[in-house]
Design a protein around this ligand. Structure first.
Ligand code: CO
Length: 218
């Protein structure tokens, strides 16, 4: 049965009432400030809702999502969100969260033509082309896509680590880490990719080790 906009408003009213029943001060607290310790950079896919997956309430995770969770050095939208999260909100962890079965990554891998989004997915194809030979050794296309999903996250961990935002934060001694995660639609679980960067000097080594860990699965 189709859900109408009216239904959504009714659900919202119910949600708001429930939240206030559980905690009468819930909304008045959030009005004055947000104090998230985490930033989530994930895919726009409707099956990968940030707050729900990690069990956090409003105010606890700062979220940026785009198709295939890509961080590009010229994307002012993503960079602005990252800068605000790190400089102003002082998040302690930036999580890059990819997911298996990502339609964007699969489209990029298979050179599918979907329209304008192809240009965005070109960034994922750059990752694919970087490791093309190793990836092609995986004959099973689903498994090959899984590996590209993982490599894409590892690449974005490096990209985030190399932004002026993170480099400046680390230079002034701010404690903030960049982590690569993979979410599985099949069981709802997050797996760590072992890609965790806590200072500028370790970014390249973490990147190389994480790439090798992914390629060893092939
Ligand atoms: Co996706």
């Amino acid at each position: 049965m189709a859900i109408s906009l009216k239904d959504l408003l009714a659900r919202n009213a119910e949600w708001s009432a429930n939240a206030r029943t559980r905690d009468p001060a819930f909304f008045s607290r959030l009005v004055s400030q947000q104090n998230p310790e985490f930033m989530w950079i994930g895919c726009s896919d409707s099956r990968v809702p940030a707050n729900e997956i990690i069990g956090l309430a409003p105010g606890e995770v700062f979220v940026h999502r785009n198709v295939a969770n890509v961080v590009v050095h010229t994307d002012l939208n993503c960079l602005s969100a990252l800068q605000y999260a790190v400089d102003v909100l002082k998040v302690r962890h930036v999580l890059i969260v990819g997911h298996y079965g990502c339609g964007g990554v699969t489209a990029a891998m298979r050179d599918m033509r979907l329209g304008l989004v192809d240009n965005w997915l070109r960034h994922v194809q750059d990752v694919r082309d970087k490791y093309r030979q190793r990836l092609m050794a995986q004959a099973d296309l689903d498994l090959r896509a899984d590996r590209l999903c993982e490599l894409n996250v590892v690449e974005q961990v490096l990209n985030v680590s190399e932004t002026t935002v993170l480099r400046d934060a680390w230079a002034r001694g701010q404690e903030v880490s960049v982590n690569g995660w993979m979410y599985s639609l099949a069981d709802g679980l997050v797996r760590e990719l072992g890609a965790e960067v806590g200072r500028e000097s370790e970014a390249k080594d973490v990147y190389e080790a994480s790439v090798q860990a992914v390629l060893q699965k092939i």
